[in-house]
Design a protein around this ligand. Sequence first.
Ligand SMILES: [Cu+2]
Length: 194
Amino acid sequence: MPLLAPAKFRVDFLIWQIINSEMRSRLLFILAITLFGCTVAATRYYEIDQPIWRYLRGAEINPATLHLQGEFVESNLGSAQEPDGSITVRMIAQQYVFVPQCVVVPAGFSVRLRITSADAVHKLGIERTGYDLEAVPGAVTEAHLQFPTPGKYGVPCKEFCGAGHYAMRGEFLAVSKEQFRSLKPEERVTCASR
Ligand SMILES: [Cu+2]
């Protein structure tokens, strides 16, 4: 203790000395538990930790640079066969189109769909399937879908997203597994050749 310490500090220090060490450690323990509890409660209530988990899971994405880098560059959109044989479809929703506008998928086969938005919140309502999927800027929505039979499945946007909303419509073209397998990778990207 320096001799010229302020009086208030000296008194606090004395109280700290009077409390025996067992009480001191108990007090510190209670304080630590309380702080931890408050932190957990705050993260649950304000969900301030969510962006961290999204970032760590790789689900965070910058809507402004979608077309320039990362998973959703144009060459990566549409149906793609993964090394393990599974099918992944990547799409972008933006005012007022789905990119690609039409995607070829195998019928009766589980397809992984990953979609994000470049601007507003959109919703893919896949006709005849009951699937409704939100496309949210800044996040990737992932779902596993099945198109039961070959044919066309219209995809109207079901979330009002601006002036052109009512004309916003994409399409899935489901073909038989054999037919899908016979397509070249570039033919799977859009329905243009069909
Ligand atoms: Cu819309």
